[in-house]
Design a binder for this molecule. Structure first.
Ligand code: SF4
Ligand code: SF4
Length: 434
């Protein structure tokens, strides 16, 4: 993989309509739906039965696998169903459905974890149920056990997707937890250097971070240009440290561990109070939403409750997106539940989805210029249509991070990112994707 001098990506309209909002608390929903796969790795087994009474923070799903993360009840009440569930990403698992008693009584066993060393620290982070809150959903305790020595913690506060403001809000409210989390990670991973990467469209956060850490020589705030996809892991590591994560490598291979800012704040809170991951702060926005908001909700809350809380729709909802418009997943069900890695729900109206009909490629090369990894999306699409597996491998489709920059700039509206996803699937099925 060759990198451009600056992996600056593309300019997108950021539409951070809720940047100045106050975070609101959703009333406790009537039911929550908790899928057993809300992370990358092994799905959890259901640990409760229909009819069981549960308290907030009680484990309802877990796995013996290290690469997994337990699922906890987000409301107190009764388990009324255990049902089949298919996520917007197409992943099937069981889901525990809890009818809330609205009391929000906590599991009496909740207590701060006792930590006497690195292994206890990893166990505690796993027990918290934490997965990457930036959207990836990778179990955090696995990330905190890097292969090889790391010397740098890069904190992802870029939040480069349009509309999404939840990390920004959390970071502004929880600087003490951020500091505490950084201290723990530095201690247990023996890290000497911390870099917080923030896009320059969040000047208040940059100022707050610079003021807060002004006395701390080991923490640097790196102001990043507001260009998409600054928050993509490989891009962020390059822009903050100058280190290149080459093909087949992980951040740890260049001495870096990358964590989302919200994940660090949550981890620090858990280490202090022992309350696992049972709620999520997310941005609700898009042209169809009457009153865009940033809302803290129990995990598993059905989307329709979020829309009602935002005053419903001011225009016909035409497309629901879990996440941001660049990398988010289209959702077709108003009852879809809020998942751990769900940082936004956007609802677009007709005006926002008009004008996306595909036409023939005019060979303008814009998609190539936009790709942070110098891939050739138009050529990839041609190879994918021809099912030319060798050419797909030669053109390195495996390096596509599905950021959507190529589709965004394409004047012919070619759906290049979807084509790349299909190409990778084709290679996985027929040719062995590395
Ligand atoms: S940007 Fe679109 S039209 Fe231009 S070369 Fe790429 S696929 Fe073709
Ligand atoms: S989606 Fe893939 S091919 Fe397109 S710009 Fe992003 S990395 Fe490049």
């Amino acid at each position: 993989m060759s990198f451009k001098k600056s992996l600056s990506g593309i300019k997108v309209r950021h539409c951070k309509n809720t940047a100045g909002a106050t975070v609101e608390i959703l009333p406790v929903p009537d039911i929550v739906v908790l899928p057993m796969q809300q992370h990358m790795g092994t799905p959890c087994d259901v640990k409760v039965s229909v009819g069981d009474e549960v308290k907030v923070g009680q484990i309802v799903g877990d796995s013996a696998s290290f690469v997994s993360a337990p699922i906890h009840a987000s409301v107190s009440g009764k388990v009324i169903r255990i049902e089949d569930y298919v996520s917007p990403m197409g992943i099937a698992s069981k889901a525990v459905v809890i009818e809330s008693d609205k009391k929000q009584e906590r599991d009496p066993n909740i207590a701060p974890p006792v930590i006497n060393g690195y292994n206890d620290f990893l166990k505690a982070v796993r027990a918290s149920g934490l997965v990457g809150l930036g959207g990836a959903g990778f179990p955090t305790h696995v990330k905190l056990k890097p292969r090889g020595r790391v010397d740098t913690l890069v904190i992802n506060a870029a939040e480069c997707e349009p509309y999404i403001t939840s990390d920004h809000h959390i970071a502004m409210m929880e600087l003490d937890f951020l500091h505490s989390g950084i201290t723990e990670i530095k201690k247990y991973l023996d890290i000497s250097r911390v870099i917080v990467g923030v896009e320059d469209n969040k000047p208040d956060l940059i100022t707050a971070l610079e003021d807060y850490f002004s006395y701390n020589d080991s923490v640097t705030v790196k102001k990043l240009r507001s260009k998409y996809p600054q928050g993509a892991e490989k891009v962020l590591v390059y822009e903050t440290t100058g280190r290149i994560i080459a093909e087949g490598m992980l951040p740890a291979d260049v001495g870096v561990v990358v964590m989302n800012i919200n994940s660090i704040c949550f981890m620090a809170r858990y280490l202090q109070n022992g309350v696992p991951l049972v709620k999520r702060t997310l941005t609700i926005d898009g042209g169809a939403i009457a009153n865009p908001k940033v809302v803290t909700v129990p995990l598993g809350t059905p989307y329709k409750d979020l829309f009602d809380f935002c005053g419903g729709f001011k225009s016909e909802p035409r497309k629901i997106i879990m996440g941001g418009p660049m990398m988010g997943i289209t959702v077709y069900d108003f009852n879809s539940p809020v998942l751990k890695n769900n940082n936004a729900v956007l609802v677009f109206d007709q005006a926002q989805i008009d004008g996306f009909e595909e036409s023939a490629c005019i060979r303008c090369g814009r998609c190539v210029r936009a790709c942070p990894f110098n891939l050739m999306p138009a050529a990839l699409e041609k190879a994918r249509i021809a099912e030319d597996l060798d050419e797909l491998r030669n053109l390195k489709v495996n390096l596509c991070m599905e950021c959507g920059c190529c589709s965004y700039v394409c004047p012919a509206k070619r759906n290049l990112v979807t084509s790349n996803k299909m190409a990778k699937k084709l290679l996985r099925e027929k040719g062995g994707l590395k």
